[in-house]
Design a protein around this ligand. Structure first.
Ligand SMILES: Cc1cc2nc3c(=O)[nH]c(=O)nc-3n(C[C@H](O)[C@H](O)[C@H](O)COP(=O)(O)O)c2cc1C
Length: 370
C-alpha cells in the first residue's frame, strides 16, 4: 500500500515522496518578468517536495496575466531560471515549471497597448476575471481586466509555437519537467470553454475542435521535452475566471485520451471550486481515470490525512499542496511530526518582498526538533 512517503517514478525521474508543491504565483519576479534571488531562496527552502511545480510562467510577451509573474521568453529570464534550477538541484530538489498564457486574463498595466488575446473576444463576463497588478501609486492589488480581442489563426499557431519554445528553454536550463497550465480560466482553458470559444476554424466548433489548442500546445512541448516528464493541469468544472462549460466531459475525455496516446507523464486535477465549498474531485477522477493510466495528482483543499487516504486507497498517485507549502517550507517533516502547520498570510500572497514569502520557519528554527 502506497502512502505520501512512498517514492514514485515520473518518466525517468525518481521522486522521493508524493508530497508535491502546487504551482503558486507570488509575483516576486521583476517588472521584466525575470526570476529573482528571492524566488531561488523560496524554492530551495522547499527542496524536500517530491516535485516542486514552479509558478505559472509566461511563455510570450502577449501572455501578461499578472504583473511581476515570471517569463521564460527572454535570454535574461532564461539565465535567471538556470541559476534557480541549479540551486534547487544542489539542495536535492526536483523542479518542474508551469507554462502559462493568460489570454484574456490581463489588466491595463500590460506590456503593450494592443488588447489581450482570447479565442473569440468574448467580454460579457469580464467581471469574473481575477487579475492583479501594480496601480498608479505602486501598490500591488486586484485590478479590472481589460477587454480582449479574438486571436487570428496565425496568432493561435504562433502561441502554440511559444509553448514549444518555452519547453525547449526549460529543458535547456535543467528543469526536470514542464506542465501546461490548462486550468483556472487561462488561455488553454478559454479554448476548451464553449462559452468563451466561438471559433469556427479548426480550434473551435466541437469538443474535438475546442481541445485542439491544448492538444497542439502539449504536442509542441512534448517535441522539446521527454513526454514522461510533461504534465498538464486541468480544472474542467471550475467557474473561476469565467471559462464556463455546462458539459466538459466530452471535450476533456477526448483531450486526455489523446494525450495519453502521446505518453504524457502526469495529470494534475485542480479542484478550484473547493474555494466556493464545492468539491469536484470525484467527478474529475471519473472523467479522467478511464482514459489516463499515468500518475494522477489531486490538488485543492486537501489536508495531509485525506491525502494519505486517497493515495492508500489508490484513487490518486500523489497530492500537490498549495498553501501548506507556502507556510511550511519543511512540509514533509511536519507531516511526519504531525504538525504544527502554519497558515499562509493571505495579504502576502502576491507581490512585494521576502516577508510572508521566505520567512516561514522550519521545525528546527522553531526549536521543535534538535
Ligand atoms: C497565492 C496563490 C497563487 C496561485 N498560483 C497558481 C499558479 O501559478 N498556477 C496554478 O495552476 N494555480 C495557482 N494557484 C492555485 C493553487 O495551485 C492551488 O490549486 C490552490 O492553492 C488550492 O490548493 P491548496 O488547498 O493546497 O492550497 C494559486 C493559489 C494561490 C492561493
Amino acid at each position: 500500500m502506497n502512502d505520501l512517503f512512498t517514492p514514485m517514478k515520473l518518466g525517468q525521474l525518481d521522486l522521493k515522496n508524493r508530497i508535491w508543491m502546487a504551482p503558486l504565483t507570488r509575483s516576486r519576479a521583476t517588472v521584466d518578468r525575470v526570476p529573482t534571488p528571492m524566488m531561488t531562496q523560496h524554492y530551495v527552502q522547499r527542496a524536500s517536495a517530491g516535485l516542486i511545480i514552479a509558478e505559472a510562467t509566461n511563455v510570450a510577451l502577449r501572455s501578461n496575466a499578472w504583473d511581476c509573474s515570471p517569463g521564460i521568453f527572454t535570454s535574461e529570464q532564461i539565465e535567471a531560471w538556470r541559476s534557480l534550477v541549479t540551486a534547487v538541484h544542489l539542495a536535492g530538489g526536483t523542479i518542474a515549471l508551469q507554462l502559462w498564457h493568460g489570454g484574456r486574463v490581463a489588466s491595463d498595466s500590460r506590456d503593450q497597448p494592443d488588447p489581450p488575446l482570447s479565442p473569440s473576444g468574448v467580454n460579457d463576463n469580464i467581471d469574473a476575471i481575477t487579475v492583479w497588478g501594480t496601480d498608479e501609486s505602486g501598490v500591488f492589488r486586484k485590478k479590472a481586466a481589460c477587454p480582449s480581442r479574438a486571436m487570428t489563426l496565425a496568432e493561435v499557431e504562433e502561441t502554440i509555437a511559444a509553448f514549444g519554445r518555452a519547453a525547449k528553454a526549460a529543458y535547456e536550463v535543467g528543469f526536470d519537467g514542464v506542465q501546461l497550465h490548462a486550468a483556472n480560466g487561462y488561455l488553454p482553458h478559454q479554448f476548451l470553454s464553449p462559452y468563451l470559444n466561438k471559433r469556427t476554424d479548426a480550434y473551435g466548433g466541437s469538443p474535438q475542435g475546442r481541445a485542439q489548442f491544448a492538444l497542439q500546445a502539449m504536442r509542441a512541448m512534448i517535441a522539446e521535452f521527454p513526454a514522461g516528464r510533461v504534465g498538464m493541469r486541468i480544472s474542467p468544472f471550475t467557474t473561476f475566471n469565467g471559462a464556463l462549460d455546462p458539459d466538459p466531459v466530452p471535450t476533456y475525455r477526448y483531450l486526455v485520451d489523446e494525450l495519453a496516446k502521446e505518453g504524457m507523464g502526469w495529470l494534475e486535477l485542480a479542484d478550484t471550486n473547493f474555494w466556493a465549498g464545492q468539491f469536484d474531485r470525484d467527478q474529475m477522477l471519473s472523467l479522467t481515470r478511464p482514459v489516463f493510466d499515468g500518475p494522477i495528482i489531486a490538488n485543492g483543499g486537501i489536508d495531509p490525512e485525506t491525502a494519505q487516504q486517497l493515495i492508500a486507497n489508490g484513487s490518486i498517485d500523489a497530492v500537490s499542496f498549495g498553501r501548506l507549502w507556502m507556510a511550511n517550507p519543511d512540509l514533509p517533516a511536519r507531516i511526519v511530526a504531525g504538525g504544527p502547520f502554519h497558515k499562509a498570510i493571505t495579504k502576502r500572497f502576491y507581490g512585494g518582498g521576502p516577508d510572508g514569502y521566505n520567512d516561514y520557519p522550519t521545525l528546527a528554527q522553531e526549536g521543535l526538533v534538535s
